[in-house]
Design a protein around this ligand. Structure first.
Ligand SMILES: Cc1cc2nc3c(=O)[nH]c(=O)nc-3n(C[C@H](O)[C@H](O)[C@H](O)COP(=O)(O)OP(=O)(O)OC[C@H]3O[C@@H](n4cnc5c(N)ncnc54)[C@H](O)[C@@H]3O)c2cc1C
Length: 282
């Protein structure tokens, strides 16, 4: 791997390294300003921050496409199969047609050994299996068996591209991965979510942690308007409004007052009032 800016060890033998960063918060704001033809305007960090916050919350996302980052990642094949679904990234992966498989395979920590969830049919529950050490030993022994078969096939002269067929999904692979910031945020929103599998979430968390110092304003807008935001569907919202009316308790006005107390900017309070269907006056 070439020199990197930052790196995090992930899982039992994985790595997530930030190799290069393209752009910064100022560039995002500058690209957004193109819309009103005042790229030359004297600006301040506060103006930039307000503008970035605005485009994030209104999904005017193209200015984020002018920035990006490149990562070097070493991860189990089952994590790579999830990452590769994010089609807007460019990837160069090491090829097991050219090189022999790495020694490392994924082995869970005892805390990762969760039972099948009954509610979420594709996920793990929060409960640990009864005997995690037995689970770990079984996975290690399956990995060792697969590796022995792989090495045997290579010794017998079988080509690497065919011998790899016996390797497990926990086999580590490595790649360079790059995308623009808009698509990175999209990936992070999906893969840092608690519904995402833990073993990809730790890579997404590592990516975000390393990215944040390079785009502090964009990341804070992303935290507020995307990652930690909650949206309501029309029927949910109608039910809520019905609830508000039923108790007739001025919740909307109280919410607006609170927004003022939180020091939200006037434009934000006005947008909030619009969402609540309230008339707003300064
Ligand atoms: C918790 C979770 C569970 C999942 N479970 C499954 C599963 O069971 N089975 C499964 O197959 N997948 C599953 N996925 C993968 C999921 O369906 C998406 O493939 C993945 O999240 C990538 O999302 P994306 O297509 O939005 O991202 P990207 O491919 O990065 O695309 C980004 C955006 O670009 C646009 N775009 C890209 N390509 C096209 C295109 N060809 N046409 C139109 N618009 C395009 C879309 O707006 C898209 O949102 C799961 C994902 C998550 C997060």
């Amino acid at each position: 791997m070439e020199d990197c800016i930052d790196e995090r060890k992930v899982l039992n033998a994985g790595l997530c390294a930030l190799v290069s960063v393209n752009g910064d918060d100022a560039r995002i704001a500058q690209r957004a300003r193109t819309s009103f033809r005042n790229n030359q305007k004297e600006t301040s960090e506060l103006n930039d921050a307000n503008l970035i916050d605005y485009i994030m919350r209104h999904h005017h996302d193209t200015p984020f496409e002018f920035c990006g980052a490149e990562f070097y990642m070493v991860m189990p094949i089952f994590v790579a199969r999830q990452m590769v679904r994010h089609r807007t990234a460019a990837i160069n992966e090491e090829s097991l047609r050219y090189v022999e498989a790495r020694d490392e395979c994924w082995v869970p920590s005892p805390e990762e050994c969760k039972t099948q969830s009954v509610v979420n049919k594709q996920g793990s529950s929060s409960d640990l299996v009864k005997n995690p050490n037995d689970i770990i030993r079984t996975i290690e022994s399956a990995n060792t068996g697969a590796k022995e078969s792989y090495n045997y096939l290579l010794e017998k002269g079988l080509s690497k591209e065919l011998a790899r067929s016996v390797l497990p999904l926990g086999q580590y692979t490595a790649w360079y991965w790059t995308a623009n910031l808009r698509n990175i945020f999209h990936l992070l929103n999906l893969r840092m979510d608690e519904h995402a599998q833990y073993q990809i979430r730790v890579y997404a968390n590592a990516m975000y942690e390393m990215l944040r110092p390079h785009f502090p304003v964009a990341c804070s807008a992303f935290d507020n308007h995307v990652l930690n935001a909650i949206t309501f569907s029309a029927d949910e919202w109608n039910s809520l409004k019905f609830g508000f009316d039923m108790v007739n308790c001025q919740i909307e006005r109280e919410a607006l007052k609170h927004a003022n107390i939180l020091n939200m900017r006037k434009t934000r309070v006005k947008e909030f009032a619009d969402k609540l269907g309230e008339k707003w006056s300064e």
